[in-house]
Ligand binder design. Sequence first.
Ligand SMILES: Cc1cc2nc3c(=O)[nH]c(=O)nc-3n(C[C@H](O)[C@H](O)[C@H](O)COP(=O)(O)OP(=O)(O)OC[C@H]3O[C@@H](n4cnc5c(N)ncnc54)[C@H](O)[C@@H]3O)c2cc1C
Length: 445
Amino acid sequence: MKNATIAGAGLVGSLWAVYLAKRGYKVDIYESRTDLRKANLSAGKSINLALSDRGWKALEKVGLGDEIRKVAIPMYGRMIHALDGSLTHQPYSVNGDAIWSVSRGGLNCVLMDLAEAQGNVDIHFNHKCTGVDLETGSATFSERNSGEKVMTEPGLLFGTDGAFSAVRKAMQRTDRFNYQQEYIEHGYKELSIHPNEDGTHKIEKNALHIWPRGEFMLIALPNLDGSFTCTLFHPYGGEVGFDALDTDEKVVDFFKSTFPDAYELMPHLLDDWHENPTSSLVIIRCFPWTKNGKVALLGDASHAIVPFYGQGMNAGFEDCTIFEKFLEETNEDWPTAMKLYEEERKPNGDAIAELAMRNFVEMRDLTGDPKFLLQKQIERKFAKLHPGKWMPLYAMVTFTDIPYAKANNRGKFQDAIMEEIMAMPNIEDNWDSDEVMSAMLEKLG
Ligand SMILES: Cc1cc2nc3c(=O)[nH]c(=O)nc-3n(C[C@H](O)[C@H](O)[C@H](O)COP(=O)(O)OP(=O)(O)OC[C@H]3O[C@@H](n4cnc5c(N)ncnc54)[C@H](O)[C@@H]3O)c2cc1C
């Protein structure tokens, strides 16, 4: 049997193991953490992620879609919470498309179960990658408790060990390897809204809630147990930044004045605040993603991005779809498939990194801006009238598998048109007139 080693049994590593197992490989995954499935995940809070079409496609390809759908909640739009407590629902698409809230830990557990169920996948927990031989495609893993070292057979080695990948670190020491790491100004803290006593959700279940406040924002995604996981994305510095919120009183004052309706739903705010760390957000860009036709990076190891488009995991899952496509096309010629994979994915990784940063501005600032909302309304009307001619950027990224770079370019072209449309006289009153719709059609050419 053919052998493959994977470093990291996170979301992407577990899924990639299923792909390799289905190709007939004996797969050994080495994971530095203990087995998540043995920890008590149902203890209330869980960190959740938005799963969208690219992720679903990768899961469906290996028959995992139905299993995951059982533990996911559809969110059909954004629910915007203004400072005065008023709510606005912004549907994600004209077709009723949804993004899906899934528990990160829950999804990871299901994926590990499904990987092991293939019969030819073994996961070795508490094994940290400490050395990589890029020439032979083998790696050394150190057992957490005993310190015992395991060296894998030469062959294929995949680094799915996340943003601070040990496999990538070995590649960084080779000639002409490009690497860039950038921390953004903002960090995040997980908070929560508990369920009602009867287990129902306290606010609309099928929406992604956003409290946009200019320089920062709070969001909330639903969980199956009736709770919401909230994330405060917030600068470290500044008058009310994380560093300045250094007493309970300041935290409470900040929430009362900035997110009054959310504050009412969070009687345990201070417990969460102290219990959960403030975490940083990093963007990683690097190239190449493969070495010697034997070693390859997938997921955050090759392209860690900020979470504002909800695409990090989706992009990592799409790496699996695209890699698989090239293995199919090359009849499993690994060196060629690896080259094709990195050449296709790199520009798309860069594009989603750029889009994710831009979407932060949209989420925290523009979702509360009447002009922005009017623009979205015009786009929706035009897309409905001419479905083949216009697709909002968000829909291209979230509800299709159009390559990210192509979606980004098309989005810029459409934005330039919208800038001119928004400058038309009396656009607020005429936005749905034939004149405006014809002008858009003409500008599209
Ligand atoms: C706040 C936040 C919100 C997010 N929201 C979304 C969202 O809504 N939608 C979305 O698509 N994405 C989202 N993301 C991004 C998403 O979490 C990541 O893109 C995704 O987890 C990447 O998966 P991965 O398997 O590549 O890496 P990881 O999930 O980081 O997994 C890496 C694994 O490797 C293991 N490991 C690390 N080092 C070693 C080593 N030396 N040896 C062995 N094992 C090792 C780790 O323990 C881990 O299990 C979000 C991220 C953040 C921070």
